[in-house]
Ligand binder design. Structure first.
Ligand code: NAD
Ligand code: KPL
Length: 305
């Protein structure tokens, strides 16, 4: 069995995982999109990771999607809207029973991937670690956090979790990965769009207690309708404490918009609104937020889905 970790997406989170695995001596191979990216990577001299102000460069091996080696373990670290297409490019190399780890935020892309590649085990990951790209192949580890891993309907922990221990990647195996993903989605829906529409830091949302209250109530109804009662409990309290704990930060969606990048709105607020529709829920605050956000994105020529 080939135990190499293939990392698809050498951006912020993919780079953070790949460098930590590589420096711990775990076999890892990054898959870059095309020959141009390969040339850029070679020119950069490897992948650099800055942690607590200290930078080191790691010559993590790279390859193209059409390389010949089979893939047993694939870590997909692309944005949710790129993940399916990216996997399709390496799909002929996936061996039967291979494991695909999906790091995407929000929901929707994971289920679509699990349905499209039934011959692989899809492990969903909910990450609260923070990383950003200073430049291409230059990653900054900006926030400590946790990676929850799980596979809906499966209890068995994969043996490769030992590699995460070796690499010092914080993690926990959970039988309730859908609850973790839904909870994070709801928190992102309550906070991120409002920071975009008001062009503000998370802490500035203290000025909108009634809107937050309405949104959290509606999000809790959506969670309950999709059998996520535990994830609905205490949602507003957690949203308010995250606003305090991250008061000086700009949300990830705010940063995407400010940098003219596509957001993952379709997998966050879009997913919440689609789920509400499927269950005939009356959620006026969520729909109004979605409409305002879509108009805002259209006006800036950014995709609204
Ligand atoms: P990113 O934009 O920094 O990195 C994505 C990478 O995927 C880019 O390097 C891009 O070139 C690459 N990519 C896209 N299509 C590809 C293809 N076909 N083949 C090869 N590479 C391809 O994104 P990120 O911030 O690392 O986020 C990845 C996912 O992790 C998102 O869903 C995000 O919401 C989630 N997440 C990120 C963080 C974080 O702190 N960055 C934290 C939690 C969750
Ligand atoms: O996860 C976040 C993000 O910015 O995406 C926070 C701000 C913690 C909650 O929405």
């Amino acid at each position: 069995m080939n135990d190499t970790w293939h990392v698809l997406g050498a951006g912020s989170l993919g780079g953070l995982w790949a460098t930590r695995l590589f420096r711990a001596g775990v076999p890892v191979q990054i898959i870059l999109r095309n020959p141009q990216r390969l040339a850029d990577y070679r020119a950069a001299g490897g992948l650099s990771l800055t942690e607590a102000g200290v930078t080191a460069v790691y010559p993590v091996p790279v390859e193209l999607p059409d390389a010949a080696t089979p893939i047993n373990r694939l870590l997909v670290a692309c944005k949710a809207y790129d993940a399916q297409d990216a996997i399709a490019e390496v799909a002929p190399r996936l061996v039967k029973g291979s494991h695909i780890l999906l790091l995407q935020n929000g929901l929707g892309s994971q289920q679509a991937i699990a349905a499209r590649w039934p011959g692989s085990r899809c492990i969903f990951v909910s990450s609260t670690e923070g990383a950003y790209r200073q430049a291409d192949f230059r990653i900054v580890h900006a926030g400590q956090g946790q990676n929850w891993l799980g596979e809906p309907g499966h209890r068995n922990q994969p043996s490769w979790l030992a590699d995460l221990v070796t690499a010092g990647i914080p993690h926990g195996w959970t039988e309730d990965i859908m609850g973790k993903l839904w909870r994070k989605l709801a928190i992102n829906c309550a906070i991120n769009p409002l920071t975009v529409l008001n062009d503000c830091r998370n802490g500035d949302l203290r000025a909108f207690p009634e809107q937050l209250h309405r949104l959290c109530n509606e999000l809790a109804e959506v969670l309950k309708a999709t059998n996520q009662r535990d994830a609905a409990r205490g949602l507003e309290d957690e949203v308010l404490s995250i606003i305090e704990a991250t008061a000086n930060n700009y949300s990830s969606m705010h940063q995407d918009v400010r940098n003219g990048r596509r957001t993952e709105v379709s997998f966050l607020l879009g997913q919440a609104c689609r789920t509400a529709e499927q269950h005939d829920l009356h959620v006026p605050a969520l729909f109004s937020l979605q409409q305002q956000l879509q108009a805002f994105l259209h006006a800036r020529r950014l995709p609204a889905d």
